[in-house]
Design a protein around this ligand. Structure first.
Ligand code: NI
Length: 137
């Protein structure tokens, strides 16, 4: 088990937002995604973000208002939201408490690679099952 302690990840400021990326944990190639926590102070918003990586975010504390330009969606603590590749987003904190979010993000090709690996495993398992059945008969 590797404990990933939020306080061990040094913060950097992106506009009003404090970002704590997972790079210092040195997980490198062990994970098929990148990770970070970020905190939006009360009454503040993140800078507009738009990138090729798909981004899965879990609200750790507070309530997020996720603005994709097309709509603003309220996401409470414990819920999550998924942003597609190149889907612009601004995260608003309309409350008087800090908003903290954990995000995992990855290149779209990584999901395709994971899917291909799962299909290959399923095919291998299926072949093993067949061999096991044949061996049993
Ligand atoms: Ni983003």
């Amino acid at each position: 088990m590797i404990r990933l302690d939020e306080s061990a990840a040094p913060g950097s400021e992106v506009g009003a937002v404090e970002v704590r990326r997972w790079e210092p944990f040195g997980l490198g190639d062990r994970l098929p995604f990148f990770g970070m926590w970020y905190t939006v102070p009360p009454g503040e918003s993140s800078p507009r973000d738009c990138h090729p990586e798909v981004e899965l975010s879990v609200v750790v504390d507070g309530t997020a208002h996720v603005d994709t330009g097309a709509e603003v969606t309220e996401v409470p603590r414990g819920s999550a939201f998924l942003l597609d590749s190149h889907e612009a987003h601004v995260i608003h904190n309309r409350s008087d408490r800090p908003l903290t979010i954990f995000s995992a993000y990855w290149w779209p090709d990584a999901a395709g690679a994971a899917s291909a690996i799962n299909e290959a495993r399923a095919a291998a398992d299926s072949a093993t099952d067949t061999q096991t059945k044949e061996a049993a008969t």
